[in-house]
Design a protein around this ligand. Sequence first.
Ligand SMILES: [Zn+2]
Length: 211
Amino acid sequence: MTRFETRVDWLLNSYPLLTLEGRCPVGCYFRAALDRPAEADNSAAMTNDHDTTKPRPPCGRPDMPSDPMERAFAEAEAACARGEVPVGAVIADGAGRVLAAAGNEVEQRNDPTAHAEMLVLRATTAAAGATRLEDCDLYVTLEPCPMCAAAASLARVRRIIYGAYDPKSGGVDHGPRVFAHATCHHKPDVVAGVQAARSEKMLKDFFAARR
Ligand SMILES: [Zn+2]
């Protein structure tokens, strides 16, 4: 068993402990925060919420889908409910087990880089104590932007599976096409257009409601 696999094994076995604490540190932390009475909020919790460098271990959610793409969509819906652009992402190991899941947290964190993909990449590498996720796949409901595509390449993810194409802001099959450049030293396999219509509808509905 490699060091990474050992860490993953430990993290998966830690699910009951994490869920007993009543909070999921990945992806749904803000939902938990929103569910709390306002007076229960405190500055310490807010500091943790806004600390993007704080490692957030993956966790299991029996109430959330175990299928990685379904979980990504669930995270996108949760992001939408928080007023975030509805994009969700998941890192899964080689066996398809969800290691980290998150939706966009740009508004909550006041962090323009807090895209769902960045959050799950950071969470997984921090929890695994590794900078490379060679046996892992990134699932995301929308074509990653150039920043997230570059980050996935740096993390050496094996494969990117994404939903809707993003001709305006995408960086994989549109715009800079990050993986097509000679300066990109790791090109993940890409599977595009998975449940694209579902993702497009979610995004269209979100932006239509804001107009
Ligand atoms: Zn991005």
